[in-house]
Design a protein around this ligand. Sequence first.
Ligand SMILES: O=C(O)[C@H](O)[C@@H](O)[C@H](O)[C@H](O)COP(=O)(O)O
Length: 266
Amino acid sequence: MATAHPNLFSFPNSDALAQQLRVYVLRAQNTALNRHHSFRLAVSGGSLPANLAKALLAPSNGTPEDTPQFDKWHIFFADERAVPLDDEESNYRLLKDELIAKIPAELGTPVIHPIDEKHVHDDDPQELADLYQEDLMREFAAKDSVKLPVFDLILLGCGPDGHTCSLFPGHELLREKDAWVAAESNSPKPPPKRITLTLPVVTHAVNIAFVATGAGKKEILKQIFDLDEGSSLPSALVNQGAGERVSWFTDHPAIDGVSFPRRGSL
Ligand SMILES: O=C(O)[C@H](O)[C@@H](O)[C@H](O)[C@H](O)COP(=O)(O)O
């Protein structure tokens, strides 16, 4: 378990948040490209793709540091719903509509790793999870010894119940130690059938960022950051497992009443 604390950032509005999220994501990109010439990240659904698009589609200041090199990006899904890729509930579709379709041609095209659409109507989403894990293995497990993939960045949301990815409070999936990708058949948040990265994969990433905005998040953020009773919530487990590798991008209403120390810039 990590001992250092996560970083909590808070901004007055979504423009200020997006500006700092851009700096953070592009730093992660540049470090990854220096190390292994590709940038491997996972993204969630919910409000995350819109915030990410706001950050990344803003004009660059022209320096290499401030330029997304999308043709070097491999984008996976931190969680995905078992629905066709063009379904309104699909996180793939959401990311495509919010971000991918709007990337100017000169910035390149990322490689996207969607779920296998042939299995979205299976009764049990386990095959979907297994196939997605195989996709991850092709990308990450070049050596037989790789126990867990090391994403350069995982971008997460936090639900009002403290869930993240499709890891829900009190669920047995939180104890998963071996699988990289797990199936969820009965998600409390619709739609019920999903796949999700597991907690060990999330906490193994080089950088992990949550984006949580709006007054609807303040009760759960108080539990996660200030109160012992919140310590077993999935989002709190990410904080405990990855410590200072975790950064929270919030706005002021989301952390109203939270005592945990916050900063206004990276
Ligand atoms: O597919 C999903 O349902 C999401 O990945 C989910 O984990 C989301 O990130 C949270 O529910 C927070 O959603 P908001 O950012 O919309 O609050």
